[in-house]
Design a protein around this ligand. Structure first.
Ligand code: MV4
Length: 501
């Protein structure tokens, strides 16, 4: 087993990984930027090394070598899905806690992975890869039938995606997607497929060891999203029957096997509830933000298992021995203002009181007195609950959100309450475009929504503020929570050029 692990990340995920290390008796090394001098992840580690950027592979490897670490855990975002980083870690005689560089590379290209999946018998969305001329695209679109979706081959997470409703918009969409793909990925290859509107985003956690044993750890329903940023995730999905779950799980395992996968990974599917058809979208070759819902429902510690299998250990559970118990939901608490275009909200956390109780877990990288800057992702915490069934889990989440007190920055907590209490959510009818479609309709943000006052709100109201907010220091700007840097006209955090604090 490893004696010391360097965590090449920051915030809540760095703290989460260090917790697993401590439980396994492994020493931890944090890296931190100038802006993270007083951060929780730095304080939580056994050792800490200052770096200039979380994105400089060579510096991170040097930090691991100089601190005599055996392995590097990349967390999510930053370098977690960078094949060159994974192979550079191996070349330095360190262990990358994740899949092989080859698996990362194979799943990194949408066109290539789609071809691999078709060969492996995994259902993919009808469409074409490798088209060049506008004429070829026009013929393909006609055959697929509108609406169609243009995607960047090198993309992922929605970047370079264009929905085309009819032929008149096709050429402009191709040119726009090409430009964006070239700018963002240095690769202008596109693919075209049938656009499945009002479908659900359902992903399967898969887990494998280096001895060829691979299983799935069931699904996560992640359809509550805004601009490809997930907001609420849950398991089990309220839409899946046991039969469909089994078939999707088998497809996810086949997808992973096709690239010789090991460690934790996620296979994304688009699911059509009208006929229960499902199609492979992409595979994320990292630990995901929403892994805790799977941990609560399966009782497994995914990060501990990542570490054990990276050290050559066997994953001991057969598929038949794995099951989901109860229902788990995660809400991402962001420092942002939903009423003001979801603008990130920065400042000092004058109060930060997390809810607690049976079945409540909070993964956060902040405490009262910390400062939220615009240098990194504005996710403050993940609130995860576990209860006997979906209805009781929703009730528990609503109560926990009422008890979550954040003063000093604006948060999306009231927005999350609005989604959770919406009849569509209760019925499991929230598809991937639901937030966008309901935002302006008045069903979210009702003006007369009674102000929820939880226990902690009352306590916090009686306490004095800590002090005044202070200014920002230099640091590195992260992509969004999932490590992708999509353009979002409403979110200046993702458009550095348009945002001046
Ligand atoms: C799709 C799709 C519908 N039809 N592909 C989004 C990110 C990447 N993982 C793939 N994504 C999608 N691909 C086809 N053929 C729907 C999504 C999608 C989505 C699309 C628009 C708005 C929000 C979305 C949320 C999740 C998935």
């Amino acid at each position: 087993m490893f004696k010391k692990i360097l965590i090449a990340n920051r915030g809540e995920i760095a703290v989460r990984v260090m917790r697993a290390c401590k439980e396994l008796g492994i020493k931890t090394v944090a890296v931190y930027s100038d802006a993270d001098q007083d951060s929780q992840h730095k304080q939580f580690a056994d050792e800490a090394i200052q770096i200039e950027s979380y994105l400089h592979a060579d510096v991170l490897i040097q930090a691991a070598l100089s601190s005599k670490a055996d392995a590097i855990h990349p967390g999510y975002g930053f370098l977690s899905e960078n094949a060159s980083f994974a192979s550079a870690v191996d070349s330095a005689k360190l262990t990358f806690i994740g899949p092989s560089a080859d698996s990362i590379r194979a799943m990194g290209d949408k066109a290539e992975s789609k071809i691999l999946m078709k060969k492996a018998g995994v259902p993919t969305v009808p469409g074409y890869e490798g088209l060049e001329s506008e004429d070829e695209f026009r013929k393909a679109a006609k055959e697929i039938d509108y609406p169609v979706l243009i995607k960047a081959s090198a993309g992922g997470g929605g970047k370079g995606m264009r929905i085309v409703e009819e032929e008149t918009g096709l050429v402009e969409a191709i040119q726009g997607a090409r430009r964006e793909a070239l700018n963002s990925f240095g690769d202008e290859h596109l693919l075209i497929e049938k656009y499945l509107a009002d479908a659900h985003h359902i992903e399967f956690q898969i887990f494998g060891d280096t001895h060829g044993h691979i299983v799935h750890l069931f699904e996560r329903e992640c359809s509550v999203q805004r601009r490809h940023q997930k907001i609420i995730e849950e398991t089990p999905s309220p839409l899946l029957t046991p039969e469909i779950r089994t078939r999707m799980g088998e497809a996810a395992v086949e997808a992973a096997k096709a690239v010789g996968y090991y460690n934790a990974g996620t296979v994304e599917f688009i699911f059509n509830p009208t006929d229960s058809s499902f199609y492979f979208l992409e595979m994320n070759t990292r630990l995901q933000v929403e892994h805790p819902v799977t941990e609560l429902a399966t009782g497994l510690d995914l990060v501990q298992w990542q570490i054990r299998v990276a050290a050559g250990g066997h994953f001991p559970y057969q598929q038949d021995h794995l099951s989901q118990r109860g229902h788990a939901i995660e809400c991402r608490i962001y420092a942002e203002d939903p009423a003001n275009g979801f603008l990130p909200s920065t400042g000092k956390l004058l109060q930060f009181i997390e809810p607690h109780g049976p079945g409540i877990r909070v993964d956060s990288g902040f405490r009262a007195g910390d400062t939220v800057t615009h240098f990194y992702d504005p996710m403050l915490a993940k609130l995860i609950v576990h209860a006997e069934n979906r209805e009781t889990a929703i009730q528990k989440m609503e109560a926990a959100l009422r008890d979550f007190v954040v003063h000093g920055v604006t948060t999306n907590i009231d927005f999350l309450q609005d989604v959770l209490s919406h009849p569509d959510f209760a019925e499991g009818k929230v598809s991937t475009r639901w937030v966008e479609k309901n935002m302006g309709s008045g069903s979210l943000f009702p003006k007369d929504r009674p102000q929820a006052v939880g226990f902690h709100t009352l306590i916090a109201a009686s306490l004095a503020d800590l002090s005044t907010p202070f200014g920002h220091t230099a640091g590195n700007r992260q992509a969004n929570t999932d490590g992708r840097n999509e353009s979002d006209p409403y979110n200046p955090w993702k458009n550095p050029g348009s945002f001046r604090n």
